[in-house]
Design a binder for this molecule. Structure first.
Ligand code: PRX
Length: 650
């Protein structure tokens, strides 16, 4: 196929992957779609440890989604952590399970499977001793230390449902999640570390609890050992509660559909959605996709440099790699600390064979020049992955040519919090890649494109990306709001899962994700709802109305632009913007920053009062000529004023 880059020898050599060629892909993909039960039952029986093996694949499906939710492996019983830790005690007890590097280069911990098992068991016993039990929700608000993974696994092991909150989130965001999940326990740490700074996680936890209430136990892992405020009635040190606990613990066996965790995502409306994943389906899907896409081998050192606070960290630092008995890397720092060579220095020191990161990091590093890469030996690398946002051709080329020296393959993996694992992606040893395309669906995944009128598009086309049948890794509901789940994912196109993404299919059947088509912006791979920003901005007495949209940003992928209608005359614009950004930081977190503020006389509204966001979006994207029909606006003159508006970068 012209333009496609064949798989390099280094990648194909000695592969034992289920799919090693495009012929394999054709055959296996076709079978998985025609007979999903057969396909997935086989996969799960081979790779996952079940207490009672399932005999049922999928029960229900998208066609009956309005009457009843679908289930996977519903008559099976297991605990996902048995696959992640116990099963490896036999074959690879002394293999490194978690390889951790701290904020400072060279500060390293290695935890073998035997040690991981003992630590997870000890903490599971400690949780149970404190009365935490199956079905309880537990908030985990930690930085990138191995104990974050241990806490996740220990919760799962006793049947409790963890909800990890990214360490950059503010007290108010943590509080929202405590309230929505109805958690009584928070696991946190004294402080996180990042690029030489400390992150006051315990302090923020205290503030969140003061807002939310309802928490009776806070378990604190000691990391920096700096002093923290202490509440004797509520707070417990991690090291103290595990002291007398046994390193053996029998996992609580649950039904396949028992919730494993809740992870909150932003959507088009203000309130974050608690996505619920389940034991049987999620562990099957993450283990399968991790092994297949990256072509995992026994001696691989797998480095996914995401944060466990996001789905990428859940699926491809913790659950997928551990279920596969891999050595998985956890990284506390940032790609630019102490300088732009950090990743490649670690490739050389730790011998990473597979490296998985986000386009925003690739762009930031490419901007610092090639010398930082060339300085280090990267010959151990075989597969390079990217995730989180569309990758632009320049960044892809740089990753391929400079980092991988054209000897590695690049897997551009498309997926979402809701999909649990990778859905559209090259399979390392099999798929000829082309920069910018996520290429082809994995087994079990059937993408479809629809136009705005809801018509199915065939062949070469561009439209709304839907998936037409269920796969095991899918979220089952939004915690506490199943109607919202149905409304968000299954109503745009009837009986189809709508992803919220736009997508193009080329003449070879390859998929090219074009970005979100709803009101979600993706800043450096962080997904945020425009409505979240808007609700915060109008809390200011200075702001009458606000419209927030994304705009193309060289490093971050998208930046955030706010159009403001003032309620009062402003004397000092600069300090207004600073205070608005402070408000966003307090409400959402450190990653929520508006880059550009524009004062406009009015929002573009239809005669019925609906904001035509398309107009703001096109102006922000620098393509006002493409805003289309504006004849339904109540006041078409407002468009000129928006185009000419006075904007400030901050
Ligand atoms: O818009 C797509 C984009 O990230 C969204 C999902 O965000 P989140 O749930 O936070 O999960 C991110 C990590 C899986 C998608 O709807 N996205 C993710 N991967 C890609 C992507 N866009 C283009 N190409 C990708 N490879």
């Amino acid at each position: 196929m012209s333009g496609h880059i064949p798989v390099p020898e280094r990648v194909k050599f000695d592969s034992e992957n289920l799919i090693q060629s495009m012929d394999d892909w054709q055959r296996i993909h076709a079978h998985s779609i025609a007979e999903p039960d057969d396909f997935w039952l086989n996969i799960t029986r081979k790779s996952i440890v079940w207490d009672i093996e399932p005999s049922i694949g999928l029960e229900g499906g998208f066609d009956t989604i309005e009457q009843e939710s679908f289930k996977w492996f519903s008559d099976g019983r297991l605990n996902a952590t048995v696959s992640c830790v116990d099963q490896h005690l036999k074959n690879r007890p002394d293999k490194v399970a978690i390889l951790w590097e701290g904020d400072e280069p060279g500060v390293v911990r290695r935890i073998t499977y035997r040690q991981l098992h003992a630590q997870v068991c000890r903490f599971s016993n400690a949780l149970q001793s404190r009365g935490v039990t199956s079905g309880d929700r537990v908030i985990i608000y930690m930085g990138m230390v191995p104990e974050a993974a241990i806490a996740m696994l220990a919760c799962a092991r006793i049947g409790a449902i963890h909800s990890v909150v990214f360490g950059g989130f503010s007290a108010e965001s943590v509080a929202d999640r405590i309230i929505d999940s109805g958690s009584k326990v928070v696991i946190t740490m004294d402080e996180g570390k990042r690029a030489g700074r400390t992150i006051p996680l315990k302090k923020t936890t205290d503030e969140a609890i003061a807002i939310a209430g309802g928490i009776d136990t806070v378990i604190v892992y000691q990391h920096t050992a700096n002093p923290v405020e202490w509440n004797d009635e509520r707070d417990l040190w991690w090291h103290e509660i595990i002291e007398n606990e046994s390193g053996e613990h029998e996992a609580v066996i649950v039904e396949a559909e028992h919730p494993l965790f809740i992870l909150y995502t932003s959507g088009s409306t203000g309130k974050p959605k608690g996505q619920v994943h389940s034991h049987g389906g999620y562990i099957t899907y993450t283990a399968f996709t991790h092994r297949t896409v990256f072509d995992l081998r026994e001696d691989d050192v797998f480095a996914c440099v995401a944060d466990v606070g996001w789905i990428t960290g859940h699926s491809y630092i913790v659950y997928g790699p551990l279920a596969n008995g891999a050595t998985t890397f956890m990284f506390e720092s940032t790609p630019l600390y102490p300088d732009a060579g950090r990743y490649w220095d670690m490739v050389e020191r730790h011998g990473f064979t597979i490296f998985y990161t986000a386009p925003t990091a690739i762009r930031a590093l490419a901007a610092k020049g090639d010398d930082y890469v060339h300085k280090y030996d990267r010959s151990s690398l075989r597969v390079l992955g990217t995730v989180g946002e569309p990758i632009n051709p320049e960044a892809w080329e740089w990753y391929h040519r400079v980092v991988g020296e054209e000897k590695c393959t690049i897997v551009d993996t498309w997926w979402q919090t809701e999909t649990g694992g990778i859905c559209i992606s090259p399979i390392a040893p099999a798929t000829p890649v082309i920069g910018g395309s996520a290429t082809l669906p994995l087994p079990g995944i059937q993408p479809e494109l629809y136009n705005a009128e809801g018509e199915l598009l065939k062949g070469k086309a561009e439209g709304l990306l839907c998936l037409s049948q269920s796969w095991p890794g899918q979220t089952r509901t939004i915690y506490g709001d199943h109607d919202r789940y149905l409304q968000t994912y299954f109503s745009t196109i009837k009986n189809r899962y709508f992803t919220g993404d736009g997508c193009r299919r080329d003449e070879h059947g390859y998929y090219w994700i074009t970005g979100r088509v709803d009101d979600v912006i993706n800043v450096s791979g962080h997904r945020m709802g425009t409505a979240e920003f808007e609700a915060i901005l109008v809390e200011s007495e200075m702001i009458a109305e606000a419209g927030v949209v994304g705009f193309p940003h060289d490093i971050k992928g998208q930046g955030v632009r706010a159009f403001l209608v003032l309620a009062k005359e402003v004397s000092d614009e600069e300090s207004l913007y600073l205070s608005l950004n402070q408000l966003c930081r307090n409400r959402i977190g450190a990653h929520a920053k508006i880059d550009r503020f524009c004062i406009i006389p009015a929002l573009p509204k239809t005669r019925s009062g609906k904001v035509m966001r398309r107009i703001l979006r096109k102006v922000a994207e620098g393509e006002p000529e493409k805003m289309g029909d504006i004849s339904t606006l109540a006041d078409p003159d407002v468009v000129e004023a928006i185009i000419d508006s006075n904007c400030h970068y901050v």
